[in-house]
Design a protein around this ligand. Structure first.
Ligand SMILES: *Cc1c(COP(=O)(O)O)cnc(C)c1O
Length: 424
């Protein structure tokens, strides 16, 4: 058995792998749980072993059969991160994972590995604010052009048109976020993957598809199985799940993720060992948490639908059968998640009166934690989006976003009714 304890990976489901895979207790005094490896550096048994470890770390030669990368220094690798990365890769059914200091560290390290001056990237919109800033304001400083296309039923066609306009040989990355935030609009990942294949065929160059899977993954959506090359997460959200850490992770093919890990080593965007340990603890319960949160969210969404002060409810679990969005949901998501967006009467004032009246749900941005959170996209998470854009992406003055946690469903239902009743 190697130190990754990797025997039998394929035989088990990710929930099971999250409890043991990638860790050999007998390398740590029989400790059933991985210790926190709070060390900056790792001792070599011999000078020759140190040499071999560095040869692999800097890709100076291919690994020999059954040779695994040795531990060197915690900016390059650390057991807590490695175990987490292997379990995430198993969850996403990809080869390899890489853990980062934040979701933004994952996305920016991915972009700086794949993109070169003159290249272009096509991104669905709306997209997470930090991602938008990176593509809109940072990458252009390196002569990398970003094109944003509306998330929704037309996204595959819009990506193809944008590629024609930019020149297919320049488009090296297509980056999607689905469901979109806060509108919960879905993008058909498989259909965009087909468009990306077409771009590659025409340009005879690599073009990668990355999907930000923060909202539904890893439990309810597996973008790799739908044709994505990279699955990217803010692990701060559901994976961490307790609103007590900032981290990111991405998974994908072996060669590509190894290249990204080399960039991570040089930029220093890795997560720290204690965060890795917390992520391992959290990953053990991510399936239980997300399923329970989705169940409660479904109840609350139905309650919202019936309330006289609520104008519309955007929740993947309430999509109308027969619509294209419902068809996409049915084929690519195995659950609706626990983010609900709903519009209340009375515009900003109505929304603020409602938000101020919650007693159980906390008034805070972020999502995916054990506690329920509510926020006002227009004046908070999306306050830097220009007014005409806001309307296009469905952020109206009365829109509230709720991340449903693990409180008792009836307490949350009462809290929600109480908050809605506070709208003048
Ligand atoms: C929070 C978030 C991010 C950024 O993650 P950080 O961990 O805060 O850097 C990226 N994408 C989505 C969808 C998010 O919700």
């Amino acid at each position: 058995m190697d130190r990754f304890h990797s025997k039998g990976k394929k035989a088990y489901n990710p929930e099971t792998l999250a409890l043991g895979y990638g860790y050999d207790p007998f390398l740590s005094e029989g400790s059933v749980k991985p210790p926190v490896f709070l060390t900056s550096t790792f001792q070599f048994r011999s000078a020759e072993e140190g040499q071999r470890h560095f040869e692999l770390a800097y890709h100076l030669r291919p690994p020999r059969a059954s040779e695994v990368p040795g531990l060197i220094y915690s900016r390059l690798n650390n057991p807590n991160l490695e175990i987490f990365e292997r379990r995430m890769a198993a969850w996403d059914q990809t080869d390899e994972g890489a853990a980062f200091a934040s979701g933004m560290a994952a996305t920016s390290t991915l972009a700086l590995t794949l993109l070169r001056p003159g290249d272009a990237v096509i991104t669905s919109a709306p997209i997470y604010g930090g991602t938008h800033y990176l593509f809109e304001h940072v990458l252009p400083q390196f002569n990398i052009e970003a094109s944003f296309v509306q998330a929704g039923d037309d996204t595959p066609r819009l990506v193809a048109e944008a590629a024609d306009r930019l020149g297919p040989e320049r488009v090296r990355l297509v980056f999607l976020e689905t469901p979109a935030n806060p509108s919960n609009t879905l993008v058909d990942i498989r259909a965009v993957a087909d468009v990306v294949e077409g771009i590659k065929r025409r340009s005879h160059k690599d073009c990668w598809l990355a999907v930000d899977n923060t909202f539904l993954g890893p439990v309810f959506q597996q973008p790799k199985l739908l044709g994505a090359d990279f699955v990217v997460y803010s692990a701060t959200k559901f994976i961490g799940g307790h609103s007590d850490l900032i981290a990111g992770v991405l998974t994908g093919g072996l060669d590509q993720v190894q290249a990204i890990k080399l960039t991570r080593t040089i930029l220093g965007t890795m997560a720290n060992p204690f965060t890795g340990w917390l992520l391992l603890r959290s990953l053990e319960t991510v399936s239980v948490r997300m399923r329970r949160q989705a169940k409660t969210a479904t109840k609350l969404a139905r309650l919202l639908l019936k309330h006289p002060k609520v104008r519309n409810v955007r929740y993947p679990g309430l999509l109308e059968p027969g619509t294209n969005q419902h068809a996409v949901f049915s084929k690519q998501c195995s659950g609706p998640g626990s983010l609900i967006a709903f519009e209340v009467d009375g515009g900003v004032r109505g929304a603020q009166a409602c938000l101020n009246a919650f007693e159980v749900a906390r008034l805070a941005v972020s999502l995916g934690g054990t506690e329920s959170l509510v926020e006002h996209p227009m004046t908070m998470t999306h306050s830097d989006v220009p007014p005409d854009e806001l309307e296009k992406i469905g952020v109206s003055p009365g829109l509230i976003r709720m991340s449903v946690g693990l409180e008792h469903a009836s307490d949350l239902a009462r809290d929600l009714r109480h908050a809605l009743d506070a709208i003048p």
